[in-house]
Design a protein around this ligand. Structure first.
Ligand code: CMP
Length: 139
């Protein structure tokens, strides 16, 4: 059965460009309820821990430098079929391929600086949410 929670981050580029409010509105207008929300700044080490699954990829250094380059918004979101529906809302990883009207089509500048993260499975949504939030911070 599809799960009802996913995890997202608004990445440093979109935060710097002033898109926090627009992106959160896009998310809640899309039918997602905010379960947990945090404005924080990842250390390089924390970014490496979060993206450990990509540690062998050629873009790992660039990705973790970028993700620790400025503050981010982290959030857990709730909706039926959350992981799949959120991936539809944000669009393809590379904004050049993202469907019109999606968050990445509107706010991303490149595949590396692609505005938002979205979990790719129910299992990773739980792992990623627990990476950033204690149970007492989920409502
Ligand atoms: P995200 O959904 O946060 O998950 C992993 C991230 O790695 C992805 O978004 C992209 O920002 C980044 N990424 C994936 N492929 C590349 C690439 N070829 N070059 C740079 N960054 C990439």
């Amino acid at each position: 059965m599809a799960g009802n929670r996913t995890f997202t981050m608004i990445k440093p580029g979109a935060v710097k460009a002033g898109h926090i409010g627009s992106i959160l509105k896009h998310i809640t207008d899309g039918g997602f309820r905010i379960v947990a929300l945090k404005f924080t700044h990842l250390t390089k080490q924390k970014a490496e821990g979060f993206y450990a699954v990509h540690s062998e990829r050629p873009f790992f250094g660039e990705l973790t430098e970028f993700m620790s380059s400025g503050p981010i918004i982290a959030a857990i979101l709730e909706k039926d079929n959350a992981v799949e529906d959120f991936r539809t809302l944000i669009g393809a990883t590379n904004p050049a391929d993202a469907a019109e009207g999606t968050i990445r089509a509107l706010y991303a500048t490149s595949i590396g600086e692609n505005a938002v993260h979205g979990s790719d499975s129910d299992e990773n949504a739980a792992i990623e949410g627990n990476f950033h939030f204690a149970a007492t911070e989920m409502f």
